[in-house]
Ligand binder design. Structure first.
Ligand SMILES: O=c1[nH]c(=O)c2[nH]c(=O)[nH]c2[nH]1
Length: 296
């Protein structure tokens, strides 16, 4: 007899845009919200009874009503409020995972905006009826150093052709998730998630730019460490760093030298790419950010 395993359901990727008007100057918040609920859903799968199922349509409506009525202070606080709502209000719902992606807009004027082509801020809040696990994050943050990057001394075997280098372009598109020690609903509600996120993002960028790198692995650890050191409320951070390879183009068929230095010309390859991933922990902290979550 087949047996039902882990299951969850909800509404994925509800797009919610909220406009706050304080006089002439408007504020725009643009989110994609995904909700996954779990609980007593065995009968829905096994015998077709929906008696425990809050419709996903209702889940979507709830996102809109909460956005309207309580506002959106931060992705983290909005996700926490939603997660608590479903678990606290529905006896058949025992757990909720709420994912939020915030799309950035640049201000053009009091009521005009341009979609910013930069990174997306993310939050994932998980609630089990007692503790809130809050993961902040970002994705799509593309950064590049034109020097201060070496890569040599690596293992060589019969298939190794890579040349050692003491001066290369180092580029990556950062995806990061960091977990907060604050898990009490009151502490989560009181935190300044926007200031916290801005500080973490700034530390990631400063560490990327400021690290003289012998590998992307070393840069990753420096970036994670910078966040752990700056933000006392962060227990761990997981980083996923694709190595966006920049290869010097071979111009020798044209009798043109092309070496590292002034005027060097690179091919920005898109695939395959090296993929460097790791978690950096505060000493004594448990590793709880799911490995497979990082690239979502
Ligand atoms: O920073 C790097 N780390 C690697 O593990 C690696 N492997 C490789 O081919 N190039 C690089 N660069």
């Amino acid at each position: 007899m087949p047996v039902l395993g882990q299951n969850q359901y909800g509404k994925a990727e509800t797009r919610v845009v909220r406009v706050a008007r304080a006089g002439e100057r408007h504020e725009l918040t643009d989110l994609t919200v995904s909700v996954a609920l779990s609980g007593d859903m065995t009968d829905a799968h096994l015998v077709g009874s929906n008696a425990a199922v809050l419709p996903t349509d209702t889940v979507k409506n709830t996102v809109y009503v909460l956005a309207r009525e309580r506002g959106i202070d931060s992705p983290e606080s909005f996700a926490a409020e939603l997660a608590r709502h479903f678990v606290d209000a529905q006896p058949t719902v025992r757990g909720a995972v709420v994912d939020v992606a915030e799309h950035r807009w640049e201000r053009l004027g009091d009521h005009s905006f341009a979609r910013a082509g930069q990174d997306t801020r993310t939050a994932r809040v998980t609630f089990d009826g007692r503790a809130l696990q809050v993961l902040s994050g970002l994705t799509g943050l593309t950064v590049l150093n034109t020097t201060d990057s070496e890569f040599h001394g690596f293992v060589r075997d019969a298939y190794t052709t890579l040349a050692e280098t003491t001066d290369r372009v180092l580029a990556t598109e950062v995806t990061a998730r960091w977990r907060h020690t604050a898990e009490e609903p009151a502490a989560v509600a009181a935190a300044d998630w926007n200031a916290d996120h801005a500080a973490a993002r700034e530390r990631l960028l400063a560490a990327f730019a400021g690290t003289y790198s012998y590998s992307l692995q070393q840069t990753l650890f420096a970036m994670g460490s910078a966040v752990i050191e700056q933000l006392p409320g962060v227990a761990e951070i997981r980083l996923s760093l694709p190595n966006k390879h920049h290869f010097l183009v071979d111009l020798s068929p044209f009798g043109v030298a092309n070496e590292t230095g002034d005027g060097a010309v690179y091919h920005a390859a898109d695939r395959p790419f090296g993929l460097i991933e790791a978690t950096v922990l505060r000493e004594g902290a448990e590793q709880r950010i799911p490995v497979e979550l990082t690239r979502l």
